[in-house]
Ligand binder design. Structure first.
Ligand code: ADP
Ligand code: MG
Length: 537
């Protein structure tokens, strides 16, 4: 029996954890040192050899066109591929390379012990296409024994973080917590219930929100803009010219993030940019940094308020705020949340909590209540329904898994196109729901079902806020129905995200079952073969 590991496949940094033979949480050290690996891939323009991690970032600084960063933002996008050095890659293929590097480092770290399987985490807001892309990325990693990596689960990041936190406490708790995760390129907020009492524990996501284009990188940009402006007003240089100069771009990318991290520990930092012979020392205080980035922090508060309002919740129901993600190290985060909400705030290992939680689930994964048939592997479905994990001391924790999106059909209401939601966001998975529709014309011969997902928690959503998921799906009708004849549409979304649609013609009591085809379902395979042959240094 090998190790089951937990992988936090982050937008900017990734981390691997496992439970060691003494039952302790261990973190894999990257080949270059450190507990986290930058999620950056660089393809050598001459050899097309790929490198991942801090080396990729260093080498890629000189050839940004051959470097890929923040690929996670595009996971599951049915239309997105990227061309690097003339080759086409899907986000899943690039992620697979990152995972390959993490697995190689893990195998070396474990010194010969095999990897039996992995849990890979993803943001709670990921829809099914993005989860599927993550699973495909993992399943395409070849282990050193020649077998493919077994992906045991795709697990929500806030669930993993909250589990790691709960585990570290080792005490009974019944709490509603708000998990505030500010990473490098994304912000996520999740309300969760933790019921850790005695041996039967459970945890459940109540709701979630986020902005997938807001993270530490925006704080870097704000700081860089400030420094450029200060430098230019002192030296008379042209800000446009500075910001478009390749050497300056490299200097700023090397120094700004470092300066930001320094401001986490110190009240001031100074930088001395150099441009066209002009030099100027610029002092930045934490106060200035906080002012320059206040509007960014405000956006996270607005997203919290928006999430609470949508679900008609108030902060009164929150017992504690858990901080996750590297950017929550900035003192402004804790200070602002304290001033705003007056709740206890805990910071549990912001870089490693997600990987640690995934490792705890991996190690404790048991057969779910849907017991496996004899001879069948008792591992649960990927991205499945409730997960049951066992701890060292005999306790069991049930993780109740929810739909992170609403799913509905394009329909006409009062002459307007709307999305009539059938399965609502935050309902438990698997989910089965029915909604009644009417035919639009007399003697209609078929229905053209168009399935969308959205983040709305109301019965009807707008087309603008929704994304179409499947190819048009045609269902034939028995001729002779009057206009407005009732048709009951049932969505059955199973634990692994597979949707089956049933259309019941109520008048004739005829029901038809269809499984729609996902738009761009094959995109994950783009470049997947090419990367198999790409050597990693
Ligand atoms: P992700 O989940 O997006 O991969 P992480 O949670 O690892 O990202 O967070 C990475 C972000 O955290 C980066 O923007 C990085 O600059 C920031 N960060 C890490 N350490 C610190 C620190 N000490 N002070 C301020 N920001 C930090
Ligand atoms: Mg993260």
């Amino acid at each position: 029996m090998g190790k089951k590991i937990g992988i936090d496949l982050g937008t900017t940094y990734s981390c691997v954890s496992y439970i060691d033979d003494t039952g302790n949480i261990a973190i894999v050290e990257a080949a270059e040192g450190g507990n986290t690996t930058p999620s950056v891939v660089y393809f050598d323009p001459d050899t097309n050899e790929a490198v991942v991690g801090s080396t990729a970032r260093q080498e890629g600084a000189l050839h940004p066109e051959s470097m890929v960063e923040r690929v996670k933002n595009y996971m599951g996008d049915p239309y997105y591929t990227m061309n690097i050095n003339g080759n086409e890659y899907s986000p899943a293929a690039i992620s697979s390379l990152i995972l390959k590097k993490l697995i190689t480092d893990t195998e070396n770290w474990l010194g010969g012990e095999e990897i039996e399987g992995a849990i890979i985490t993803c943001p709670a807001y990921f829809g099914d296409a993005a989860r599927e892309a993550t699973r495909v990325a993992g399943e395409n990693v070849t282990l050193s024994n020649g077998e493919k990596l077994k992906v045991l689960q795709i697990l929500d990041e806030p669930v993993a973080a909250a589990l790691a936190y709960g585990n570290s406490k080792r005490e009974d708790m019944q709490k509603r917590v708000l998990v505030y995760d500010l990473g490098g390129g994304t912000f996520d907020v999740t309300v969760m219930d933790l019921n850790f009492v005695g041996d039967n524990r459970s945890m459940e996501v109540i709701t979630t929100n986020g902005n997938h284009q807001l993270g530490g990188k925006d704080w870097d940009t704000a700081l860089a803009t400030y420094v450029v402006n200060q430098f230019c007003s002192a030296t008379g240089a042209d800000p446009e010219e500075v910001m478009n100069d390749p050497e300056q771009i490299q200097w700023y990318s090397e120094n700004i993030e470092k300066a930001k991290r320094t401001l986490t520990n110190k009240e001031t930092v100074s930088l001395t940019p150099n441009f066209n012979g002009a030099r100027e020392k610029i002092e930045i205080t934490r106060e200035i940094f906080d002012q320059e980035t206040e509007s960014l922090l405000n956006q996270t508060i607005i997203l919290i308020e928006d999430m609470m309002a949508k679900k008609q919740l108030t902060m009164d129901c929150i017992d504690e705020i858990i901080l996750v993600g590297g950017s929550t190290r900035m003192p402004q985060v804790k200070k602002r949340l304290e001033d705003e909400y007056h709740k206890p705030i805990v910071s549990y290992d912001p870089d490693k909590a997600v990987a640690t939680g995934a490792a705890l689930v991996a190690a404790g994964l048991q057969a779910s209540s849907t017991t496996a048939a004899p001879g069948e592997d008792p591992v649960q479905p990927v991205s499945g329904g409730s997960i049951v994990i066992g701890g060292e001391t005999g306790e069991q924790t049930e993780i109740i898994v929810k739909c992170t999106k609403s799913y509905g059909l394009l329909a006409l209401a009062n002459g307007q196109d709307i999305i009539a939601n059938i399965i609502m966001k935050d309902s438990e998975k698997p989910a089965v729901e029915t909604r009644r529709f009417g035919t639009s014309a007399e003697n209609q011969i078929n229905l053209n079902l168009r399935v969308y997902e959205n983040d709305s928690v109301t019965a009807d959503a707008t087309v603008e806020e929704s994304t179409e998921l499947y190819e048009n799906c045609i269902v034939e009708l028995t001729p002779g129905l009057p206009a407005g004849a009732p048709i009951d549409i049932t969505f059955n979304l199973d634990a692994s995200g597979i949707l089956v649609i049933t259309a019941l013609d109520v008048t004739n009591n005829i029901s038809k079952v269809v499984q729609p085809v996902r738009i761009g379902g094959d995109i994950n395979n783009v470049g997947m073969d090419a990367i198999q042959g790409t050597l990693l240094r």
